[in-house]
Design a protein around this ligand. Structure first.
Ligand code: ATP
Ligand code: MG
Length: 357
């Protein structure tokens, strides 16, 4: 019997509600499995930790996570702490410390979810967006000069390295190759950004030669937003830079239904370090502590984690359970127009899993 060591980092706001819910459904899955189990360790880092210690996580926090098989993360964000502190002090610290350079966001329209694209008749949408997660527009290179003077200036440099672009491009082509349609769209803005994005395009051509069975095309990021709405079925796997994919994946989640159901995986494809799985929504302080949060994004993230651990069958079983609750309007939380509570959805998923034993 294999035991997976999982770190949970609930973080802030509703992260503290959806991560324990995800742990509960994982425990229900393990209870019906004779081949694997979990050992969870919880790390209470985030805004409350910051108020007490002046940092979002301890200096040696990464060492505590290093030996884990995976990390289940909630959300980092607190209305009383500036966003750049909560983001860089916790989530990005883990992503960068463990070189989780591939951010993977699948989007599907789950049964019973009535998103804008479905209302337009598109229900066969099945995308996975690969976001470069380590450099580009968010590399942190830049600075401010002459603060408070009329000539004040600031820069954020988008730094792309050949090695960084090659590895994300190779990851995306490989992922596209593993999917039934073997179809990849490389997002770019090389008409206006004339240096790094031109290199990005060149590397796409170069890497594509290693994957002759993958059909691929190039799309400008602005045009791709229209394409997501006008011809969603023309897209399958998508790869884009840190900033571009950040925006496109929120659009994708909203088009499919709700922020509350969308998952994401921060992957170290070389498996040198633990990868991290989290719902894409933030800390949502407006609903925190009331038991109203939709846990489906966290459940789907847990399914991505199982997939990464090699437990594909368990991942599929969990997604079946998730789809059984989304298909039932009586189990929709407020973000989906219903009145169900986090605990109702969690109990229903656990019950489904117990029944599947
Ligand atoms: P952050 O600053 O950490 O991004 P946020 O308060 O902006 O957090 P978002 O996740 O961006 O929160 O979500 C925006 C709004 O969508 C929330 O205020 C909340 O009302 C709703 N929402 C988000 N996630 C969920 C969820 N899982 N369940 C229910 N409602 C949600
Ligand atoms: Mg937000």
């Amino acid at each position: 019997m294999k035991t997976y060591n999982i770190a949970t980092v609930p973080g802030d706001g509703i992260g503290k509600e959806v991560v324990p819910a995800a742990q509960q459904v994982l425990e229900a899955l393990a209870a019906s499995s004779s081949t694997f189990g979990f050992e969870f360790e919880r790390f209470d880092w985030g805004g409350d930790y910051y108020r007490e210690h002046g940092v979002m996580m301890p200096e040696d926090g990464l060492n505590a996570l290093r030996g884990k098989d995976a990390i289940l993360f909630g959300s980092a964000g607190d209305p009383d702490i500036p966003d750049h502190i909560t983001l860089w002090g916790l989530r990005l610290k883990i992503c960068q410390g463990f070189d989780q350079y591939a951010n993977v966001r699948p989007t599907r329209i789950l049964p019973g979810i009535d998103g804008p694209l479905k209302r337009c008749g598109a229900d066969d949408l099945n995308w996975v967006i690969v976001r470069e997660n380590s450099e580009g527009e968010y590399s942190g290179v830049g600075g401010r000069v002459h603060q408070g003077h009329p000539i004040e200036a600031a820069t954020d440099l988008s730094m792309m390295t050949r090695a960084g672009v090659e590895r994300i491009m190779r990851f995306a082509f490989k992922l596209a190759q593993s999917r039934p349609r073997k179809l990849l769209t490389v997002i770019t803005k090389s008409n206006a950004q004339r240096h790094a994005m031109v290199m990005w395009d060149e590397i796409a051509v170069q890497v594509s030669r290693e994957f002759p069975d993958v059909t691929w095309d190039k799309e400008l990021v602005d045009a791709s937003t229209a394409r997501m709405i006008n011809s969603p079925a023309s897209l399958d796997t998508i790869v884009a830079t840190n900033l571009h994919a950040d925006i496109l994946s929120d659009l994708a989640a909203a088009l499919a239904g709700s922020l509350g159901i969308a998952p994401t995986a921060n992957i170290d494809p070389e498996r040198r370090y633990p990868s991290m799985f989290e719902p894409i929504h933030g800390s949502a302080f407006d609903i925190m502590g009331k038991g109203l949060a939709n846990p489906v994004g966290a459940f789907w993230s847990a399914a991505l984690m199982l997939e990464h651990l090699g437990e594909s069958e368990a991942a599929a079983q969990l997604m079946k359970a998730v789809e059984s609750v989304t298909a039932n309007p009586g189990l929709h939380t407020g973000d989906l127009g219903g009145t169900a509570k986090t605990a109702d959805v969690t109990a229903a998923v656990c019950q489904f899993l117990a029944g599947a034993k």
